[in-house]
Write a protein that binds this ligand. Structure first.
Ligand code: IPD
Ligand code: CA
Ligand code: CA
Length: 269
């Protein structure tokens, strides 16, 4: 109960902070100079925009909740949750941002005693604020959202992502992709895992799967999907997704059918 009222009080303030960071990202994009892009490692891009956005979030969220700690992509990329942890991706879809491909997001989650309690995914270009509080439903701006009602793989549309670095399972992954496009309405690659999850939550796609992800890519979107009535598992159907580096999100109705197809091909070798 104490946590519940704490989170309800926090949400509008966190939304305001995220909006401010979104405005910063859009403003910087207008005059963005490719020369300011660095490679953290091959194909893993970053710029001052990611770093400054993360600093802004950490400064403001620390003021809001002084005892909290951070798991975040640029400065706190540890994978341990404390009693009160923010899990932050300041700019999810950096490759899109750098190429001016118009979809990137800010993703924030708050975990209390290791449980995700609040999630936000903000697409600043389209002014879409997805947000959810545990057991209070999921919203897109003011409107409550729900996952789709599609009840067979044949009628479903999927989103996925491809790894930039860990190519260990790429062959199996592409084999499954080849299979999925023949037994569904198709597969999209948005370039922001947080958007993939948010779009699953509001039914634009029926599900999303990807491997090689970090907790900050998925934390905000996971609770939004769950609160919109969806299901989240790892590739073997287990519940751990924050640190498992693999995720399947769906509208629940087609989760088992997807998993059956996936396991047969992905784990066949
Ligand atoms: C990436 C995006 C992308 C996914 C990558 C992530 P970043 O995050 O979420 O969709 O395919 O695996 O690393 O680097 O843009 O924050
Ligand atoms: Ca990311
Ligand atoms: Ca990022």
């Amino acid at each position: 109960m104490r946590n519940e009222s704490l989170i309800e009080t926090l949400m509008p303030k966190v939304i305001e902070i995220v909006q401010e960071v979104g405005d910063f990202i859009i403003t910087e994009r207008r005059n963005f100079d490719m020369k300011r892009v660095e490679e953290k490692s091959p194909r893993n891009l970053v710029s001052y925009v990611d770093k400054t956005a993360e600093e802004m979030l950490i400064d403001e969220l620390s003021l809001l909740l002084p005892n909290s700690t951070f798991v975040s992509e640029e400065f706190h990329s540890i994978e341990i949750l404390d009693e009160l942890s923010w899990i932050i991706d300041p700019l999810d879809g950096t490759t899109n941002f750098v190429h001016n491909f118009p979809l990137y997001t800010v993703s924030i989650a708050l975990a209390i005693e290791q449980e995700l309690m609040l999630g936000i995914v903000y697409d600043p270009l389209h002014k879409e604020m997805f947000h959810a509080i545990r057991e209070h439903g999921a919203y897109l701006n003011e409107r409550q959202i729900h996952v789709s009602k599609t009840n067979s793989l044949n009628d479903s549309l999927w989103a996925t992502g491809f790894p930039y670095q860990d190519f260990g399972k790429l062959k199996e992954y592409v084999d499954f992709f080849y299979h999925l496009i023949k037994v569904s309405h198709g597969v999209r690659r948005l370039g922001s895992a947080a958007a993939d999850l948010a779009w699953t939550a509001c039914g634009r796609v029926d599900g999303f799967y990807e491997y090689g992800l970090s907790p900050w890519d998925v934390a905000g979107g996971v609770i939004i999907v769950q609160e919109a009535g969806g299901k989240i598992t790892n590739f073997t159907g287990g519940e751990e997704v924050l640190f498992s580096k693999e995720i399947i999100a769906s509208n629940n109705l087609i989760h088992d059918e997807f998993l059956d197809n996936f396991e047969k091909i992905y784990f066949s070798i």
